[in-house]
Design a protein around this ligand. Structure first.
Ligand SMILES: Nc1ncnc2c1ncn2[C@@H]1O[C@H](COP(=O)(O)OP(=O)(O)OP(=O)(O)O)[C@@H](O)[C@H]1O
Length: 331
């Protein structure tokens, strides 16, 4: 589990350059088993945030706590030890070209003083787990981008970390490799109960593997939460990017509802069961977010005026969130 508390980071200015406030009072918690996507425009502070989690960059103020240990309070020696609990992968893989896949994965264990037989066994097991059992002796130049990232993932996991930081890990990959690497990251997070942070500029990555998302803008957290919650916040800039508002034909009287999660089919079923109304879906957008399906539907509800009013009240009140879901009533 990662807890960032009131983190600010200012890069000092030089004679030619103004100081840069890269992060401004960021507080964030990522629980074990979660995949947190961090999105935001270029320069919003995403990479700085990732580097602050393992203290490659020291915050100007605020605290970083990983699995109950406050990293910002540790001495240099203790910090090096604590960093083993945090694995990191990058867009450019950062593998050593002169080493085989096996030797790359062994490297962090070598540095930690693990004996040869043990580190070889661990590296072999990890490369098998990431689907590269037949590539142990290959050098990075002989591997595809997706395979190199798999080696990098195996290397990051070698010291048995509890946290995995991924900075644009799929940005250099083709669509097929992106799909398989994202699936692997999700599987490993579940299997090893990791706390995973995915820095990305692609919303599609968030939709596919993340269960939580944070939007940074100008170094500040603009929105953060579980995908299913964020998508229901009418004012959230992330909500529309995760699930666009459909466009109903101009002039039609519509209400828009956001349905999703476990009860995604209940709202309409109940509406028709309870009220003597006809319901037409005029437009809709449906997305799979993580492992759940969400939809925004624009509906025309026809019937006797009093019954229609009651039906719309039902839509608004069926659950507390649903009050928010009834975001627009265009008459
Ligand atoms: N070492 C540094 N020295 C000075 N300024 C820096 C340094 N590292 C980052 N910055 C500045 O901090 C701000 C945030 O940078 P950061 O790399 O965290 O953004 P980002 O959201 O990851 O951007 P991108 O998506 O383009 O990678 C930017 O204005 C950047 O220029």
């Amino acid at each position: 589990m990662i807890t960032l508390s009131h983190i600010s980071k200012t890069f000092p200015g030089t004679r030619r350059r103004q100081p840069v406030i890269a992060l401004d009072d960021v507080s964030l918690t990522v629980e074990r088993g979660q995949v947190m996507g961090v999105v935001g425009p270029s320069g919003s502070g995403k990479s700085t945030l990732a580097r602050i989690v393992n203290l490659l960059e020291r915050p100007t103020s605020g605290t970083v706590t990983v699995d109950g240990v406050e990293l910002t309070a540790l001495s240099a020696g203790r910090l090096n030890e604590a960093r083993r609990t945090i694995g990191m992968i990058f867009q450019q893989f950062n593998l050593l070209d002169s080493r085989t896949a096996l030797a790359n994965v062994e490297l962090p264990l070598e540095l930690a003083g693990v004996g040869r037989a043990e580190r070889r066994a661990r590296a072999t097991e990890l490369l098998e787990r990431v689907g590269l059992a037949d590539k142990l002796g290959s050098h990075p130049a002989q591997l595809s981008g997706g395979q190199r990232q798999r080696v990098a993932i195996a290397r990051a996991l070698a010291p048995r970390p509890s946290v995995l930081l991924c900075d644009e890990a799929t940005s250099a990959l083709d669509p097929a490799s992106t799909t398989s690497v994202l699936a692997l990251l999700r599987e490993l997070t579940d299997e090893l109960d990791l706390t995973t942070v995915l820095i990305t500029h692609e919303m599609d990555v968030v939709k596919r593997v993340c269960d939580h998302v944070t939007l940074l803008e100008g170094g500040r957290v603009v929105d953060s939460g579980a995908l299913g919650d964020v998508v229901r916040r009418p004012q959230s800039p992330l909500a529309t990017r995760l699930l666009p508002h459909p466009q109903a034909p101009v002039g039609e009287p519509v209400v828009e509802v956001t349905v999703g999660g476990a009860d995604h089919d209940l709202v309409l079923t109940e509406l028709i069961r309870r009220f003597d109304v006809r319901v037409a879906v005029l437009a809709g957008s449906v997305e799979t977010l993580g492992d759940q399906r969400f939809g925004r539907l624009q509906l025309r509800v026809d019937g006797a005026p009093e019954t229609v009013r009651e039906a719309l009240d039902y839509l608004a009140q069926a659950t507390p969130e649903r009050e928010l879901e009834l975001t627009r009533a265009v008459a």
